[in-house]
Structures are given as C-alpha cells and as structure tokens.
Design a protein around this ligand. Sequence first.
Ligand SMILES: O=P(O)(O)OC[C@H]1O[C@H](OP(=O)(O)OP(=O)(O)O)[C@H](O)[C@@H]1O
Ligand SMILES: Nc1ncnc2[nH]cnc12
Length: 182
Amino acid sequence: MDELDRERKLELVKKHINSYPDFPKEGILFRDIFSVFNDQTASEVLQELIADHVKSIEKSVDAVIGLESRGFLFGPQIANTLSVPFIPIRKKGKLPGELVRIEYSLEYGKDVIELQKDSLCGKSSVLIVDDLLATGGTMKAACDLIKSCGVDVAECFVIMELSGLGGKSKIPAPFHSLICYD
Ligand SMILES: O=P(O)(O)OC[C@H]1O[C@H](OP(=O)(O)OP(=O)(O)O)[C@H](O)[C@@H]1O
Ligand SMILES: Nc1ncnc2[nH]cnc12
C-alpha cells in the first residue's frame, strides 16, 4: 500500500468513527470504534490497515495479547495475520484457572486486570492490542503485568490515541497508533 493509498484509507476509517460528547460522563468525548463495523467498506479497510502495520513489525512476536473488551475486536484477527496465538487480559473475576494480576490506578480509584498463568509459557515477546489509548493507565498496567512474567513487549498497538492526555509517555514499550486525535 503506498502512502497516498494509506492516507485515503485512514481518512475513510476516521470518517466512520462516531464521536459522542459527554459520554459516559461530562467532559469526555467518546470515540466509538463500533461505528466503523457498521460500514462494511470502512471495516474492511480498517482490517487492511491493521494487517499492513502488524506485518511491518520488525521484532519477533510469539503471541498477541488483547485487552478487554474492545481489544478483543482486533486481537484474534491480528494473531491470525501473524500466525501466532491470541491471549486475553481481562478485568478481575472474569478468567478461570490460576491467574496473575496487577492493580492499577484509574482517574478515580483503582482496578485490577488478570491473565491466565500458563498462557505465556514458551513465549518470549508479545504484541499488546487495544482499541484506544487515553490516559495510558490500562496499557501500562498490561505491559507491567507481561513484563512481571519475564516476557518482552515487542509493541503496544492501538487503533486510536488521544494524544492530548499524554498516555504514550507512560508506556514502557514501543508504541504505535493508527489514528491520533489531539
Ligand atoms: O488509556 P486509559 O485511560 O486506560 O483508557 C483506555 C481504555 O479505556 C477503554 O476501555 P474501558 O475501560 O472503557 O472498558 P471496555 O473496553 O470494557 O468498555 C479503552 O477500550 C481502553 O481499554
Ligand atoms: N474518549 C474515549 N473514547 C472511547 N473510549 C475511551 N476510553 C477512555 N477514554 C475514551
């Protein structure tokens, strides 16, 4: 895909991301990735852009980690593109079996994310995917959790980045976004 083609495709996808002021609370401009899937062309173009990017990652990737819940929309597809397994990180209390977990700070209060203990066996480097980076708290916690298991994070990849919140600077790994909102 040449650069012009890529720019046109990104514009098309961006056009289909609906934005909702004051959702879920006052002051938040909510960027709704689901609206892209409501347009078949935009949805296919997004898949192409994602595949193009992940195939260009130079570091080796042994698994794709998706963050609940909107990371699950992209993780399995990316894992298939790279011919590696998909592994979920979920919010507390959702995964069965033996788990590793990490607590992290939200805008108000704290939360916990969890990973199945055996899921990283034999993996040395992973790609983490989510739909959006805002404050970066969720992605940073995921990186810290993976690294605490002795596994490297080859890249953190999101479709949308809210750059005004400065989340990228918190991420202790290479970071890439397809669409950046100021
Ligand atoms: O960079 P941060 O400030 O941590 O925010 C980003 C996270 O917030 C959203 O998920 P949310 O917690 O709304 O959960 P959901 O995907 O289950 O709706 C988004 O999908 C990211 O996972
Ligand atoms: N502005 C936003 N839009 C969509 N999801 C989000 N998660 C955190 N902030 C968000």
